[in-house]
Design a protein around this ligand. Structure first.
Ligand SMILES: [Zn+2]
Length: 288
């Protein structure tokens, strides 16, 4: 899940609609779920904060990690097309600019002298230590790719193909490899959601049976009856232990595709006064 907040001074109704459409697109091709947080963000979790405190105009390519769970995603004033919002939002969930792909030098040449100095760092290859285990091949059609004259200082190309026939054509939407990358990186979210749903059902059935007196949980020191030992205490512990194991597993296996901590609570949220009171979280989400 991805929770977060949007600054109402930046995200008006029209932009909120585009954001929601972009989120719908990402949710439709992956296991990501964007959930608006109403009220104060969870200090133990992580969240996206869509804002633009300095009223910058350009698209921003480096989300600012505030170190307290908050990841600021700047939506530039001239960066509000659907393609640009999609690009920015993907940065928020850990995607890098495709031009920094470790294998890009096999396909393209960077024309450094044509790039504005202030933006040259965006063209550096990602350190191999930061490569995601799920990284797939270089994709010149990725929505995360710059166009071939991006950040030009003289109007000339900043990226040139090395392979005959290779055309650098960033997609307006997700490329096929973008969709594959999303599935690889966030497929575990579907598995986790299925396990959580199953655990909720088990707990609900267990508590209903306890309330009906079908199951007796012995107090501490009280011996288990033969029937109880089969279903009650052990099962309850099993559920709790599974929860704990799940948490420990996540801590031991952080998703390196995300730039903010604790992917379980990574989220995108809206200030309450930017949402219409339609009732129910899902309807609030639809307001994006
Ligand atoms: Zn970017």
């Amino acid at each position: 899940m991805v929770r977060g907040t949007a600054d109402p001074a930046v995200v008006d109704h029209g932009i909120a609609m585009r954001l929601r459409m972009t989120m719908n697109l990402l949710e439709s091709v992956s296991c990501i779920k964007f959930i608006p947080i109403i009220g104060t963000p969870d200090r133990n979790g992580s969240w996206l904060h869509i804002s633009n405190p300095r009223l910058q105009r350009d698209c921003m390519h480096e989300p600012l990690n505030k170190g307290n769970g908050e990841l600021v995603l700047v939506l530039g004033l001239d960066c509000l097309s659907e393609q640009q919002i999609l690009h920015t939002l993907l940065h928020g969930v850990g995607f890098k600019d495709e031009v920094s792909h470790p294998q890009r030098d096999q396909y393209i040449r960077i024309l450094w002298s044509n790039i504005q100095p202030a933006y040259q760092h965006l063209f550096k290859i990602q350190p191999r230590a930061k490569m995601s285990k799920n990284m797939i091949e270089y994709d010149p059609m990725s929505v995360m790719h710059f166009h071939d004259r991006a950040f030009s200082t003289n109007g000339q190309a900043t990226i040139a193909p090395l392979i005959a026939g290779l055309v650098i054509t960033p997609s307006d939407s997700l490329s096929q490899l973008d969709k594959m990358k999303l599935k690889l990186r966030f497929g575990h979210e579907c598995n986790k959601r299925n396990v959580d749903d199953l655990l909720d059902i088990c707990k609900k059935v267990l508590y209903e049976d306890m309330n009906k007196g079908k199951i007796h949980i012995p107090s501490e020191g009280q011996a288990l009856s033969e029937d109880d030992s089969n279903v009650s205490g052990n099962n309850t512990n099993s559920i709790e232990n599974n929860d704990q194991n799940s948490k420990e597993e996540e801590e031991n296996n952080p998703d390196d595709s995300l730039t903010i901590k604790n992917n379980d609570t990574l989220s995108l949220h809206v200030f309450e006064n930017t949402t219409e009171k339609l009732g129910g979280e899902y309807k609030r989400v639809k307001n994006w």
